[in-house]
Design a protein around this ligand. Structure first.
Ligand SMILES: Cc1ncc(C[n+]2csc(CCOP(=O)(O)OP(=O)(O)O)c2C)c(N)n1
Length: 333
C-alpha cells in the first residue's frame, strides 16, 4: 500500500540528507572520472539518481559495531558513507589499494567491516537477504535491541533467496527491514520482462509482511518510511518492507551501452526528478535555508573528495604475499 504521510522531517535532518546525498554524488562523479581516465581497474557501477534511497535508508539506523546491521548493495554508496566508511577508503577500494577494506581483493563496492556492522557484500543478487534474516534472528534470540536491514534491486525480487528469506522472516517475526529499489531495469531487461508483479511491495505483502511503496526520489518520503519501519521492527512488530520507486539513470555499469535499449525520453523525464535538485528546492523554497549555507556544504564536500582521492592515490598496494589472507574465515563470527 502507499506509505502514510511521513512524519515531519526536522530542518537538521533535512540538511543532513542534503549533505550526505551531495557527498555521495560527488564521490561517484569523481570515481567515474577516474574510471574514464583508466585509474580504476575493473568496472564501475553508479547509483546516480538513487542517492535519496542510499542515504535515506541508512540515516535512521544506529551506527557502529554494536549498532544495527546494514547490508547495502552496489547502488548504495551513500549508505556506506553515512555509516562511517571514510571516502578515501572507498576510492582505495576502487583502486585496489592496501587501505581498501578488502585489501585489494575486490574493486567494487563490496565493502564491509565489523566497526560499521556492515557485512561484505556478496555480489550474487538476493544473497544478502537470507544473511540479513539470520542476523535479525540472532538479535531476536539474544534479546538485543537491534534491527537488520538490507537493500537490493528489482530483479533480485525474482530470485529464490528473496522469497525464502522473506517467508521465513515473516514466520519467525524477526526485526528485519527490506528495501527494494525499483529502478525499472535489471541489466538491459525491463522490469516487465522479469516479473508480472511490478509493484514490488505486493510480493512482500503476500508473505504477511507490512509493506509500503514510496517515491524513491523524495528524500523525506524515504527517510520517513524507513524511520517508521525501523521503529516498528525494533518494537517487536516483525519484518518490514519498503519499495522505493526510482529509475536507473544510465547503464548497469559504466561500460554498458545503455543508449541501445533505454528510451532516452524516459531518462530525460527522470532527470527532471533528480533527488538532490528536488531536495535543494525544498530546502530553499519551503525551509528558507540560505543558498550560501548549501554552497558552504558543497565547498566542504569538494575539499573532502579532493583529499580523499589524494590519500587513496598515495596509499600503497598490498603485498602479494598476503593474497591468500582473509579469504577464508579463521574464527567464529
Ligand atoms: C544470481 C545472480 N545472477 C546474475 C547476476 C549478474 N547480475 C548482476 S546485477 C544484475 C541485474 C540486477 O538488476 P537489479 O537487481 O534490478 O538492479 P539494477 O542493476 O538494475 O540496478 C545481474 C543479472 C548476479 N550478480 N547474481
Amino acid at each position: 500500500m502507499p506509505a502514510p504521510q511521513p512524519a515531519q522531517v526536522s530542518d537538521e535532518t533535512a540538511i543532513d540528507l542534503f549533505y550526505w546525498m551531495s557527498l555521495t554524488r560527488a564521490v561517484e562523479e569523481r570515481a567515474l572520472n577516474l574510471y574514464r581516465q583508466g585509474k580504476l581497474p575493473g568496472s564501475y557501477y553508479t547509483g546516480r539518481g538513487q542517492e535519496a534511497i542510499a542515504v535515506g535508508i541508512a540515516l535512521p539506523l544506529r551506527r557502529g559495531e554494536q549498532g544495527d546491521w546494514l547490508s547495502p548493495w552496489i547502488r548504495d554508496l551513500g549508505s556506506y558513507l553515512v555509516h562511517g566508511v571514510p571516502p578515501w577508503r572507498i576510492f582505495a577500494q576502487f583502486m585496489g589499494k592496501a587501505g581498501s577494506t578488502t585489501r585489494g581483493k575486490d574493486g567494487n563496492l563490496h565493502i564491509g567491516g565489523r566497526e560499521w556492522n556492515i557485512p561484505c557484500q556478496v555480489s550474487h543478487m538476493a544473497d544478502m537477504i537470507p544473511l540479513t534474516v539470520g542476523a535479525a534472528l540472532a538479535y531476536k534470540q539474544r534479546g538485543e535491541d537491534r534491527v537488520a536491514m538490507t537493500s537490493f534491486g528489482d530483479a533480485a525480487t525474482s530470485r529464490g533467496d528473496f522469497h525464502e528469506g522473506l517467508n521465513i522472516a515473516a514466520v519467525l517475526e524477526v526485526p528485519a527491514v527490506f528495501v527494494a529499489e525499483n529502478n525499472g531495469w535489471g541489466y538491459s531487461t525491463p522490469i516487465s520482462k522479469q516479473t508480472k508483479v511490478t509493484e514490488l511491495y505486493r510480493k512482500a505483502a503476500s508473505y504477511g509482511i507490512p509493506a509500503v511503496s514510496v517515491d524513491g526520489n523524495d528524500a523525506f518520503a524515504v527517510h520517513g518510511a524507513v524511520s517508521a519501519a525501523v521503529d516498528a521492527a525494533r518494537a517487536g512488530q516483525g519484518p518490514q518492507f519498503i519499495e522505493c520507486r526510482t529509475y536507473r539513470m544510465g547503464g548497469h555499469a559504466a561500460h554498458d551501452k545503455y543508449e541501445s535499449y533505454m528510451p532516452m525520453e524516459v531518462l530525460a523525464e527522470w532527470s527532471d526528478k533528480d533527488p538532490i535538485k528536488r531536495l535543494e528546492n525544498v530546502l530553499i523554497e519551503e525551509r528558507s535555508v540560505p543558498e550560501g549555507k548549501l554552497e558552504n556544504l558543497r565547498d566542504r564536500i569538494r575539499d573532502e573528495v579532493r583529499e580523499a582521492v589524494e590519500q587513496a592515490e598515495h596509499d600503497g598496494y598490498p603485498d602479494a604475499s598476503e593474497a591468500h589472507e582473509g579469504v577464508f574465515a579463521d574464527e567464529a563470527p
